[in-house]
Design a protein around this ligand. Structure first.
Ligand code: NAP
Length: 324
């Protein structure tokens, strides 16, 4: 089978396209023929050695995928060869076939195509955990989303609307904001043009946003936190801007607000039942057309380098998919 391999830490240009022997399922494992693998921002970090997870070399990037079960190991009863599934392994899906624990795959209905299914787990899983479990977002509250046209940002717009929030999309261009409004955002702020703190106060009538979802970091974090509502919840999702901000803690005191960490990868290990329940909701909502899982572009596996460069260059709206 063909595989994209990271043999040493570096950039997208250092990845290698190689032949590997086909995998065989071990006990409690399945082998899935990958029809689509989805990339996330953190794939740009994992190949550079800048992510918390550092797999042994050689490894493939792409943590999530959708495909067809090809074979099963001993003890597997939940899925059978021929089943359509999505899966999450943390890394390793940029290849034609993956061997993975059967507990890591979920059956998908026929109406859900492989490209959309491949990218459901990380961005929507993270966001449902963040908004429901961590922020306890309530219907009628105001939700501000930074990096709103990116993968996690898009998921926050869509799940925020499903939970009944008034959603303010914040992004760096008018094109990105138009995309966010098509996906349900009620308002847009172009933080490349307008001061984020002032703009958030303006669109909330001076009250501030009840919940702020921040996958970007850098200088936007403090500006947004300065405009949070009384008793608001500030969700620390990620640092796509590259800089981990340092926040004066008096802001939390003055706002009576919570600064809430979100670590989805740890959540799914610590609360597998909660994760499975969230995934069941997400697969159903996607099949019902309530989540777009918008695909920005599909690249052949051999062009993984170009796909990762598009993410790093801030060009992507929604998901980037690799097709083996
Ligand atoms: N906490 C968790 O459990 C968890 C789970 C999943 C992902 N994450 C993290 O969340 C972050 C976002 O992931 P994602 O998949 O949503 O990424 P993405 O699709 O690439 O979107 C990130 C957004 O950040 C903005 N951005 C600002 N400066 C940027 C820069 N220098 N380079 C790239 N983007 C920049 C861009 O929007 P504008 O151009 O509009 O500013 C972009 O749309 C990552 O740091 C990822 O590791 C965390």
């Amino acid at each position: 089978m063909k595989a994209i391999l990271c043999t040493h830490f570096g950039g997208p240009a250092d990845l290698e396209y190689q032949d590997l022997p086909d995998p065989q399922p071990g006990p409690a494992e399945v082998v899935v023929a990958v029809k689509a693998a989805a990339l996330n921002f953190f794939d740009t970090l994992i190949i550079a050695g800048k992510y918390q997870l550092k797999p042994p070399f050689p490894f493939s990037p792409a943590s999530e995928f959708a495909g067809v079960v090809e074979s099963i190991g001993t003890g597997v009863t939940a899925v059978a060869p021929g089943d359509r599934v999505l899966g999450y392994g943390g890394f390793g899906a940029a290849r034609e076939k993956v061997a993975i624990s059967a507990q890591r795959v979920v059956k998908i209905p026929d109406v859900l195509d492989f490209d959309r299914a491949a990218g459901l787990t990380v961005i929507y899983g993270t966001t449902l955990h963040a908004l429901k479990d961590r922020a306890r977002l309530k219907s009628g509250e105001t939700l501000a989303v930074l990096g709103a046209s990116g993968g996690t940002g898009l998921a926050a717009i869509e799940i925020g609307k499903l939970m009944g929030a008034h959603v303010i999309a914040c992004a760096s261009s008018e094109e990105k904001l138009a995309f966010c409004k098509e996906r349900g955002a009620d308002e847009g702020i172009n933080y490349a043009k307008e001061d984020l703190k002032e703009a958030l106060r303006r669109v909330t009538g001076g009250k501030g946003a009840d919940v702020i979802y921040d996958p970007v970091g850098g200088t936007y974090t403090e500006a947004a936190l300065r405009s949070i509502a009384w008793a608001g919840r500030f969700l620390v999702i990620g640092f796509a801007a590259g800089e981990i901000p340092k926040i004066p803690l008096n802001l939390a005191l003055l706002k009576g607000c919570d600064i809430v960490g979100v670590f989805w990868g740890a959540f799914i290990e610590r609360d597998p039942k909660g994760h499975q329940a969230n995934m069941a909701d997400l697969v159903r909502w996607a099949a019902e057309g309530k989540l777009s899982a918008h695909v920005h572009a599909v690249y052949p596996l051999a062009k993984t380098r170009e796909a990762l460069e598009a993410i790093a260059e801030r060009k992507v709206m929604g998901k980037v998919i690799l097709r083996p």
